[in-house]
Ligand binder design. Structure first.
Ligand code: AHR
Length: 312
């Protein structure tokens, strides 16, 4: 069976024996920076020798990093794939070299026998939760929504759009009037929101912003304020991640809701890897992390304080 095969492929190894390559996307958001911090911490605590490569948002850099990890003969590879497509060849190379790959926080469009497991949230569900929050909050009133999408071609951008659209489908009072990528960054979020505001009568025509991550929402909040409007009131703000900064904005009444994504993807990933290497236990192809909705009713400053110690 697959389990027996895995056990025979590797001799029993403790975490301390493991060398793991980690191909990270970059540092586009507060969430991403926290994921990097926690992955390094987790590796250190477990005595794993972590080789870190920052791809600076470029898939070609990730492919190069993977090839370099393969050439070095690492025991395993963690990868947060910047986009969903174009991985088949390099994943096949890792497989041929018997190096298990674990995907972190984003998925790939490739056969699932090319990687060991994927540790991600249900990103469609996140979009649905955000959309449902808006449906409930506007309670039938007409509402023009602008959407800041994540990185084009990335699995969370595709899924969060889909989930949100599914949640608002059938609610004709809600209409997405503008939708553009803000690349998951604060700067781009602000810039694109400025263009949305200009195009929609200085923002008077906009009732809500849905941002695929908090960083873009934080940038957009700034743009809304500079346009002379009140974020959180004139324009409702709902986003995803639950980084500390969004709780400060929520405490100030400038953001309304956020869906939590844990930055600790490495914990479950290393657990799965250790069980695989030590006991030959083959993990499921998807290790799902929790998603949770926070609103202004959840004592945002308390959550802010609690979050700060957790990699942020
Ligand atoms: O893949 C997870 C997403 O990537 C986070 O929501 C976003 O902040 C990050 O850049």
């Amino acid at each position: 069976s697959a389990t027996i095969l895995a056990a025979s492929m590797f001799s029993a190894a403790s975490a301390a024996d493991l060398t793991v390559g980690f191909s990270q996307i970059g540092s586009e958001s507060g969430w991403r920076a926290a994921e990097t911090t926690l992955t390094k911490q987790q590796a250190e605590e477990r005595g794993i020798d972590l080789k870190f490569a920052d791809a600076q948002q470029k898939q070609e850099n990730q492919i190069k990093a993977l090839r370099s990890f393969i050439a070095q003969g690492v025991d395993a590879i963690l990868m947060a794939p910047v986009v969903a497509t174009g991985w088949d060849e390099v994943l096949q190379e890792a497989k041929d070299a018997d190096i298990p790959v674990i995907l972190l926080d984003r998925k790939v469009d490739a056969s699932d026998d090319l990687y060991l497991t994927a540790v991600t949230s249900d990103t469609v569900h996140e979009g649905k939760v955000a959309g449902q929050w808006l449906v409930d909050t506007v309670a039938g009133k007409p509402c023009n929504v602008v959407e800041l999408q994540g990185t084009t071609g990335s699995s969370p951008a595709i899924d969060r759009k889909k989930g949100f659209e599914e949640a608002i489908a059938g609610h004709d009072n809600l209409k997405i009037v503008r939708s553009q990528t803000g690349d998951f960054t604060r700067t781009k979020g602000k810039e694109v929101m400025e263009s949305f505001l200009k195009a929609e009568d200085g923002g008077k025509n906009i009732c809500a912003l849905y941002a695929h991550n908090d960083d873009m929402a934080v940038g957009a909040i700034q743009a809304i304020k500079e346009a002379g409007l009140k974020p959180g009131k004139d324009i409702l703000v709902v986003s995803i991640d639950s980084v500390p900064d969004i709780f400060q904005a929520m405490a100030a009444g400038e953001a309304n809701a956020t869906v939590e994504l844990t930055p600790n993807m490495a914990g479950p990933a290393f657990d799965a890897l250790e069980a695989y290497r030590k006991d030959g236990k083959v993990p499921p192809k998807w290790i799902q992390t929790e998603s949770k909705l926070y609103t202004q009713a959840d004592d945002p400053m308390k959550v802010y304080e609690a979050k700060k110690g957790l990699g942020y």
